[in-house]
Design a protein around this ligand. Structure first.
Ligand code: FES
Length: 190
């Protein structure tokens, strides 16, 4: 499966289970509204990305990464277009989009908050940090707020345990966080 190796692209992709679902975002109609809005905003850019790699099956992960970056998630219809234009079976596109946690099959906020709940961070107070973020944003892990501003996820050990409790926002590490510092950290993101 040439080109499907994340390491070859120098990408950091978190593994996850094999159960793709678009169901959660559909439960309230909110997902549908987000999809419509984001589709209008990003469709030109997405088409441009896909067209640039037309017929290049080996560019699959790269294309998905670029789309994820501009659109913050991978709608089903976009994956169908990727499949068609890159000449890769849809089943393979879905498999790749599902395997790696970097890719989202549900709408995401403009800023992704990751809180480490690994053992060392837990001992250093990760739960208090998580509680505070939940309290300030009104969302739980796996959710996106009503303004599409923040998405929240918990992650396993990120390999920098001495910096715990550790929080990342859009990949930027905030180390040794105390609940009191969280509001200031979140305020910096629009
Ligand atoms: S446990 Fe959080 S970085 Fe290792």
């Amino acid at each position: 499966m040439k080109g499907d190796t994340p390491g070859a692209l120098g990408l950091r992709l978190w593994g996850r289970g094999m159960s793709p679902t678009y169901a959660r975002a559909d439960s309230s109609g909110l997902g549908e509204r987000r999809r419509s809005r984001q589709k209008a905003m990003n469709s030109d850019k997405i088409d441009q990305i896909i067209n640039t790699h037309q017929g290049q099956a080996s560019s699959l992960i790269q294309v998905l990464m670029e789309i994820q970056e501009v659109n913050h998630w991978l709608p089903r219809e976009v994956l169908e277009k990727v499949s068609e234009q890159l000449e890769v079976p849809l089943s393979r596109v879905l498999r790749i989009a599902t395997i790696y946690k970097t890719f989202s099959l549900t709408p995401k906020g403009r800023h992704e908050v990751h809180i480490c709940t690994g053992t060392a961070c837990k001992v250093r107070g990760a739960q208090r940090v998580l509680d505070k973020v939940q309290n300030l944003t009104g969302i739980k892990p796996g959710e996106t707020d009503m303004d599409d501003k923040f998405s929240l996820e918990t992650v396993n050990c990120q390999g920098c345990c001495t910096l715990g409790p550790m929080m990342q926002i859009d990949g930027k590490t905030h180390s040794r966080m105390s609940p009191a510092e969280i509001a200031d950290a979140l305020k910096k993101y629009e």
